[in-house]
Ligand binder design. Structure first.
Ligand SMILES: [Zn+2]
Length: 379
């Protein structure tokens, strides 16, 4: 099969990409319910004669085609974020429809469209190739940390490169920030509200810490991603109006740039909050989770494959960074250079009336197909 034939064959399956996208959107795959879509896709592939595996937590199965030792992994997540208020939607979020050349519904853009594009690219190529070089995985739990999804399998995967179909508007996203979540517990001493001088007010000290933390200056800067950020997002404290509060807890969302580690970021936070222990309070600092930043070198083969494929379908390749996290980190932590590349605009993901252009789905299928092709033919 020549690449021109491949492109034509994918074009012939336009309708199939659209139907698959619509079908996938109609399955509500909010956190914990991904399995139904995985099962549907597994039957879809089996009808074409492929062998599939469903693995993972009950009800949240992940779909796997191919060997963990294949040279290239293509991945998409099946879960979607909750639809939010029903009145925010013109039509119900899980009743997809087509309007003005776009598909509407929860997950259209993030990222059932990309899943459909990948699936059809794979099926089209399989008409001419044994697909031994490709590992295709459609996984659960991306929106909630990925540990019941790609994260479950990462240490078995031995691919040399990876592509995740997150909505990047077909730009190559080769880097993104990482993050840690940190819980700070401040303990003071309770006292009667009429004699505050006898107690140590945990809320007061927590607020001083928050002030210091938000005034922290970050020196390091990534040329693409900019500086790290820090935000206090939740706070609890006190018990009663007439009691000096002896406890206060707050959570920190700290975003890291490539080159930073969770331990480094945690130490900076510790240094700020622990200096208040000299005033008689106790401070407990706990790292709740860590998601590492991602950076793929521009010289990597996966970027070359993406560039060539994009050019072939008439898209000028552009390499970008992203502030949010993704499942790519699981593969990058394994030393597998992994990019994000998918149809749909990032800003439409997670919103009301989420949608994606049908044309971009076809383009994405061609780009994925061309990348698979080049990987299989040229290695
Ligand atoms: Zn996504």
């Amino acid at each position: 099969m020549e690449t021109d034939v491949l492109i034509r064959n994918i074009e012939k399956r336009k309708r199939e990409i659209l139907d698959l996208t619509l079908k996938l959107i109609s399955i509500d795959t909010s956190e914990g319910k991904e399995g139904e879509a995985a099962l549907f896709l597994s039957e879809y592939f089996e009808e074409y004669g492929f062998e599939t595996r469903l693995e993972g937590e009950e009800g949240r199965e992940n779909l796997i085609l191919g060997s963990f030792n294949a040279s290239m992994i293509f991945n998409g997540h099946l879960d979607v974020v909750p639809p939010g208020r029903p009145e925010g939607w013109r039509n119900p979020p899980f009743k997809p429809y087509v309007k003005d050349g776009a598909v509407y519904g929860r997950g259209a853009c993030d990222m059932k469209g990309a899943v459909a594009s990948m699936a059809v690219a794979y099926i089209t190529l399989a008409e001419a190739f044994k697909m031994d070089d490709i590992l295709l995985m459609f996984t659960a739990d991306e929106e909630s940390g990925g540990f019941a999804g790609l994260g479950m399998f990462a240490n078995k995967i031995d691919a040399t490169m990876g592509v995740i179909g997150e909505p990047t508007d077909m730009n190559i996203v080769s880097s993104h920030k990482g993050s840690i979540g940190v819980r700070i517990r401040v303990k003071g001493i309770p006292a009667h509200g009429s004699k505050p001088e006898l107690g140590i007010n945990a809320i007061y000290y927590a607020s001083k810490m928050i002030q210091d933390l938000t005034e922290m200056e970050f020196v390091k800067e990534d040329p693409v991603l900019g500086k790290p950020t820090l935000m206090v997002s939740l706070i609890w404290g006190g018990e009663k109006l007439n009691m000096v509060p002896d406890t206060c807890e707050f959570l920190i969302d700290r975003r890291m740039i490539p080159g930073e580690s969770g331990d480094m970021a945690l130490k900076e936070i510790r240094d700020v909050v622990e200096k208040y222990t000299e005033y008689g309070i106790d401070v407990d600092v706990e790292k709740m989770f860590e998601m590492s930043p991602v950076k793929v070198d521009e010289g990597e083969r996966v970027i070359e494959l993406a560039r060539n494929a994009l050019e072939k379908v008439g898209i000028k390749p552009s390499i970008e960074g992203m502030s949010g996290c993704s499942d790519a980190r699981f593969l990058v932590e394994r030393g597998i250079p992994t990019i994000l590349l998918g149809p749909g605009k990032t800003e439409l993901a997670h919103g009301y009336d989420e949608h994606i252009d049908i044309e971009s789905l076809e383009q994405a299928a061609m780009v994925y197909g061309l990348m698979m092709y080049e990987c299989m033919v040229m290695g």
